[in-house]
Design a protein around this ligand. Structure first.
Ligand code: 6AU
Length: 262
């Protein structure tokens, strides 16, 4: 059912303030594009965020690959998020016991919970990982995605693993607002999960290292997902990142409009 509703209508179904604000932002900005900014220099990351900022709803970071990370990077990214009206998703892929992920999320060098609106986690350790992250994230109004599936060839996140992941998400809906997934699963009464899908590219289908890229229309229209996550398709190979971001924004948004109008 959720797949046929607008992002704005769905924002009203969420109690998590970040999920609500994120769905409103998508509608306001006409963007379901997240850029995966996998760059290892602070200046390059800031430059990319500023260039693609007008076209995205979400900037996805891997903060631990930045060689010259400092608090100023976080300050500049959060200022750009305000300037261009996007949110930040640190793609940390937590994967440890509850007590450890609490420390990894809230402290250390990166203090992810202090600046990242959304983060994600694997379900490998069991539901304690959600409990630990939720303890830190909920008081800060943060939101989380569970990795229910992956885009890479040979992924073990499938079948029963995916089904169990969705069950855990339903238990902690105040914090787990969606999934990293390759397709939308059957909605149950009361479900409204946000589906974010990596492995999106319009010009190539594979990177030779297991990544598998699909077209935005296939992801949003055919598979019913909500957010396209695009990295190298936008900034790779000397591409003009702003131009490509606009192209992906239009492709993603058109597929969404087509989906909710059918
Ligand atoms: O478009 P790309 O292939 O350059 O970048 C894809 C981005 C990378 C991956 O770490 C991430 O998406 N990713 C994820 C996420 C977002 O959790 C899961 C997955 O299954 N595949 C994947 O590529 O930053």
């Amino acid at each position: 059912m959720s797949a046929s509703l607008s992002y704005l209508e769905r924002s009203k179904l969420h109690s998590n303030p970040t999920a609500k604000a994120f769905l409103e932002l998508m509608e306001r900005k006409k963007s379901n594009l997240s850029v995966a900014a996998d760059l290892n220099k602070k200046a390059a990351l800031i430059e990319l965020a500023d260039k693609v900022g007008p076209y995205i709803c979400l900037l996805k970071t891997h903060i631990d690959v930045v060689e010259d990370f400092d608090q100023d990077l976080v300050d500049q990214l959060t200022a750009l998020a305000k300037k261009h009206d996007f949110m930040i998703f640190e793609d940390r892929k937590f994967a440890d016991i509850g007590n450890t992920v609490k420390l990894q999320y809230g402290s250390g060098i990166y203090k992810i919970a202090s600046w990242s609106d959304i983060t994600n986690a694997h379900m490998v350790p069991g539901e304690g990982i959600v409990q630990g992250l939720r303890e830190v994230g909920l008081p800060l109004n943060r939101a989380m995605l569970l990795l229910a599936e992956m885009s890479s060839a040979g992924t073990l996140a499938k079948g029963d693993y995916t089904v169990k992941t969705v069950e855990v998400a339903r238990k902690y809906k105040d914090f787990v607002v969606g999934f990293i997934a390759m397709e939308r699963y059957a909605d149950k009464e009361g479900d409204d999960f946000i589906y974010m899908t990596p492995g999106v590219g319009m010009d190539q289908t594979s990177d030779g290292m297991g990544q598998q890229w699909k077209h935005p229309r296939e992801v949003v229209f055919d598979r019913g997902c909500d957010v396209i996550i695009v990295g190298r398709g936008i900034y790779g190979g000397g591409r003009d990142a702003a131009k490509e971001a606009k192209r992906y924004q239009e492709a993603g948004w058109n597929a969404y409009v087509e989906r909710i109008s059918k």
